[in-house]
Each structure stands twice: as structure tokens, then as C-alpha cells.
Design a protein around this ligand. Structure first.
Ligand SMILES: Nc1ncnc2c1ncn2[C@@H]1O[C@H](COP(=O)(O)OP(=O)(O)OP(=O)(O)O)[C@@H](O)[C@H]1O
Ligand SMILES: [Mg+2]
Length: 302
């Protein structure tokens, strides 16, 4: 038996049971054909590309750090609520509050991998995913992995000032291995996987089983894994990725996202792994770059 296989087997035996709320998981909400198709695709056999190693649970952070690429990011201070350039300490404080809500949720449920999504484009998913990851990585000895799984309109690399490729799409297309898509920066306890090169079939790639195996294998190395996803109501991708994550955070743009769209979006995840809602751009919060940011967080109510 290979060492990787043994490590995976050992990790599988030690793995705590995945947390799921007591409600049964509803399938195919509201006749959402895309979602139904995507969920079906999840049950198809996983292609295992030859020659690509799988990150195992025995893997240590130091090994990852050594083997991943270190391009040297230039984080755009306009996108970082913790940068000294930003005057809004309230916005940074709200991200710290969001972070502590998550730690509190984790006391009761073993959550580590989080999907960030929203109903529509432009509601602040990437903004929230990035700043939440930075909030975590700024803590002493806390490690975060940020994955850009928006293979259609990726933007995290641009905000981080990081190379866009090779990335997730290249790995899912079996063109490169995991270590080639992982980036790290000595300044942050933050690792990053960019979206990679544009592909014609994002949903199929996300559902081919490799992302599931990747997240499953790598997440024990980090305190939190945050996955930025496309909007729920536009494409099936977020629904696919949610099945590989412990929890889903839905971003709602205050005063913009229509109530019925928020409801439909929450319905997509309610009963499976919906953790809560982040209200982005709340009017009571301080102004930040022309917007206000309010990270209201809590378990969504029916
Ligand atoms: N609270 C905020 N304060 C300041 N700027 C914000 C805030 N929320 C979002 N933005 C800005 O609004 C724009 C859209 O946000 P973002 O790209 O994060 O949305 P998105 O939901 O990820 O969009 P897409 O669906 O296209 O990926 C970005 O320029 C982002 O920096
Ligand atoms: Mg985005």
C-alpha cells in the first residue's frame, strides 16, 4: 500500500462525522433544473486523473508551504478593510464580529469549510470572502485557505494581486497537481487557490469529484477554508460546491437584493448546511469606499 493511500485511510478512520443539521436535505428546490442536474452529476463516478497526487490528511502545513508557489502578492488596499488606507475601522470590526460568530458556531458544530454565495452578481460575495479570510489569517497562528471557485467571473486574484493561473479550473481539468495551484505569501497566514484559466464547462468540472476530494483532503490543514462562489440564481455552481462544504454563508446586499430572491436563495440551502446571512452595505454601518458594510450574522430564520 502506498504511503499516500495509508495516510488517507488513517485520516478517514480518524475523521469526525460530518455535521449536518437535523432537518433532511431537500432536493431540487422550486423545480430548479440546474440544481437538480448538478446534484445528479455529483453521484456520477469520480474520474481520477493519472499521475496527479491527492493531498492527504497526513499532510502538514509546513510541507504545503514548501511545495506551493510563493508569487508575492500585492493586496489592493481598497479591497482590504484592515488596511491602514481604509478609514473604516467599523467595517473591520464587523468582520471580526463575523469571525467570532463563526467560532461560536463551531463550538457546537464541526464547521471548517465555508461557501460564500449570494442570490445575484455584485452583492459582495468576493468582498466578504476575502475580508473574512484576512480577518482569520490576522489572528495569531490561525491559518486560512481561500479558494476562488467562481470559474466564470473570478476576481480574487486581482484583489490579492496574485497570479490568476494555474488555478482550480486547471486542476479540475487534470492539467496540473494540487501543489501547482496553491499560493502562499510570507506576510499572511493565508493560502490561496485562484480560479485558473477560463473553461467552457465550469459546472461539469466542479462536479467531477476532484474539488470534493481536494477540499476533503486539504481542509484539516487549515483552521478555516473559505470558498468564493458564483451567485446561486444565475448558475448551478454554488449548489454543487455547497455539497462539499460544512456551511454556507449567503451575502445579501442591503437595500438592493429583492426579498423574494433572498428567500429563494436561502431555500436552496435551508435544511442542509445554511449557516447564516451576511448583510452587506447596511445603512447603519460606517461608510467604506462609498459603501457601508454591515456583517450581520446569525442563523437564518424561516
Ligand atoms: N461593503 C462593501 N464596501 C465597499 N465595497 C464593497 C462592499 N461590498 C462590495 N463592494 C464592492 O462592490 C463590488 C462588487 O462586490 P463583489 O465583487 O465582492 O461582489 P460579488 O458578489 O462577488 O460579485 P460577482 O457575482 O460578480 O462575483 C466590488 O467592487 C467590491 O469591492
Ligand atoms: Mg465575486
Amino acid at each position: 500500500m502506498s504511503r499516500i493511500h495509508e495516510a488517507l485511510k488513517r485520516a478517514e478512520e480518524q475523521k469526525p462525522p460530518a455535521w449536518k443539521p437535523s432537518e433532511p436535505t431537500p432536493l431540487g428546490f422550486g423545480g430548479n433544473v440546474n440544481t437538480a442536474v448538478a446534484r445528479e452529476a455529483l453521484h456520477s463516478p469520480t474520474p481520477t486523473p493519472k499521475g496527479i497526487p491527492t493531498v492527504g490528511r497526513g499532510l502538514r502545513l509546513e510541507e504545503l508551504r514548501q511545495r506551493c508557489i510563493k508569487p508575492g502578492w500585492e493586496l489592493n488596499p481598497d479591497c482590504d478593510v484592515f488596511s491602514t488606507k481604509q478609514s473604516s475601522s467599523l467595517c473591520a470590526e464587523q468582520f471580526r464580529t463575523l469571525r467570532s460568530h463563526l467560532y461560536r458556531l463551531r463550538e457546537k458544530n464541526p464547521i471548517r469549510t465555508l461557501l460564500v454565495t449570494s442570490a445575484l452578481p455584485g452583492e459582495g460575495k468576493t468582498f466578504v470572502a476575502l475580508n473574512l479570510a484576512l480577518a482569520i489569517a490576522r489572528q495569531h497562528e490561525r491559518k486560512a485557505l481561500l479558494i476562488d471557485a467562481d470559474l466564470r467571473a473570478s476576481s480574487l486574484h486581482a484583489r490579492l494581486g496574485a497570479p490568476a493561473a494555474p488555478g482550480l479550473s486547471d486542476f479540475l481539468g487534470a492539467k496540473v497537481d494540487e501543489f501547482s495551484i496553491l499560493q502562499a505569501d510570507p506576510k499572511f497566514e493565508l493560502f490561496f487557490v485562484p480560479a485558473g484559466r477560463p473553461v467552457p464547462n465550469p459546472s461539469e468540472l466542479l462536479a467531477n469529484g476532484m474539488l470534493k476530494a481536494f477540499i476533503h483532503g486539504i481542509s484539516p490543514v487549515f483552521d478555516w477554508v473559505i470558498v468564493d462562489a458564483p451567485p446561486v440564481l444565475a448558475v448551478a455552481d454554488a449548489g454543487i460546491i455547497a455539497d462539499f462544504c460544512d456551511g454556507v454563508i449567503v451575502v445579501v446586499r442591503a437595500g438592493e437584493t429583492a426579498h423574494n430572491l433572498v428567500k429563494t436563495t436561502l431555500q436552496e440551502f435551508r435544511g442542509s448546511n445554511l449557516l447564516g446571512v451576511v448583510l452587506n452595505g447596511g445603512s447603519e454601518a460606517a461608510n467604506y469606499g462609498g459603501y457601508a458594510c454591515s456583517a450581520g450574522f446569525g442563523l437564518a430564520k424561516r
